[in-house]
Design a protein around this ligand. Structure first.
Ligand code: FE
Length: 353
């Protein structure tokens, strides 16, 4: 955590502690005070989320019971049914959020605060889910290459034959990108495009996003597609470390779709109010806290993500290397509708074979 940010979170803590003392001194504790809590189920890493939750408790006095769920969030909440203690469900990837809604474990959150903070294309129509942060699917390129702009369609250009690195097509990051391509260009063109990208691969579509930078440094490929926050992780890594070398070998370009909409493909992390939330008011408080200026700055500075709230500064390396995001204006929920079709196309062209 940066000094500036921890100072900001500490200030929040101080103010909250002071106001808590005042309220305790002034009013008798209500009978339900012991239940002033909220239960969060999250698939996100503890290291990222815990400092935010600590600041939330300090600011509001609401205790957070956190359950870190690695896999099977939907199945778990479904199995718990009406007795589920979950108030807020937090996860990564639009597909996972839509699955929670389709699985019937969410309910609409009516919150003008959330609606004001989260742009309409980054939330469910009736408050069934909200994005909390964004990540862009960007181009990593050998920094010696003379390219300064790129369209996703260019990945299939024969001039990049044997020069493209990417992780598995069936990984949710890529399935979402292919779904966006279908939303823009239709299934037939997308299939053709996928075949072209497959033909351009320098190696099997496998590994992780940072391996794209590693393999550019290793001379295996010239370009590749990966998420924006890994750039912050790599370029901020310790001087002399492998990750730092990979990060320093690349430049980053925000690709756009060739058609009328000029935006870059983004995915999200987000949260939803659980269907059987026992603590709805505190759930709303927690979600509203997560889109506040200080929490959004934390997402940016600690995890190198793009804030969903306007006016929140980017982490400096992300700001310098990638810059402000012009996100694809298509509602992300429209893109998510094509996930299954995208996955089928990826299989059809044998992308991961
Ligand atoms: Fe990731």
């Amino acid at each position: 955590m940066t000094a500036r940010l921890s100072q900001r979170l500490c200030t929040l803590t101080g103010i909250a502690a002071a106001s808590l003392v005042i309220s305790l001194a002034t009013f008798a504790l209500p009978a339900h005070a012991a239940a002033d809590e909220v239960t969060l189920y999250t698939t996100r890493e503890a290291g990222l989320i815990q400092p935010l939750l600590t600041a939330f408790t300090a600011q509001t006095g609401v205790k957070v019971n956190t359950v870190f769920v690695k896999d099977g969030l939907l199945e778990r909440v479904k199995a718990e049914g009406a007795r589920s203690p979950a108030d807020v469900l937090m996860t990564v990837d639009i597909g996972n959020l839509v699955d929670l809604v389709d699985g019937g474990v969410t309910q609409p959150l009516k919150s003008p605060v959330m609606d004001a903070a989260v742009p309409a294309n980054l939330r469910g129509t009736d408050g069934q889910w909200y994005a909390l942060s964004m990540r862009a699917r960007v181009l990593y390129a050998d920094k010696k290459l003379p390219i300064s702009s790129f369209r996703y369609e260019d990945l299939a250009d024969p001039k990049y034959k044997g020069k493209v690195c990417i992780r598995a097509g069936q990984h949710p990051y890529n399935t979402a990108l292919v779904a966006a391509m279908i939303a823009h260009d239709g299934a037939a063109k997308t299939e053709q495009w996928l075949r072209g990208v497959k033909a351009n691969l320098a190696r099997k579509a496998t590994g992780g996003d940072r391996d794209v930078a590693r393999d550019i440094l290793g001379g295996i490929c010239d370009i590749g597609i990966a998420n924006s926050y890994y750039v912050g992780q790599m370029k901020n890594a310790k001087e002399g470390s492998d990750a730092r070398k990979w990060g320093d070998a690349i430049k980053v370009i925000r690709p756009t779709f060739a058609g009328k909409n000029g935006g870059t493909h983004v995915n999200i992390s987000g949260a939803a109010l659980a269907k059987n939330a026992p603590n709805r008011a505190n759930a709303a408080k927690l979600m509203e806290f997560l889109v506040s200026d200080s929490a959004q700055a934390f997402y940016a500075e600690t995890n190198y993500e793009y804030p969903v709230r306007r006016g929140v500064a980017l982490e400096p390396v992300i700001g310098e290397t990638i810059g402000e995001l012009k996100a694809d204006p298509l509602p992300i929920i429209e893109i998510a509708k094509y996930r299954k079709q995208a996955s089928a196309l990826i299989d059809k062209v044998g992308f991961d074979q």
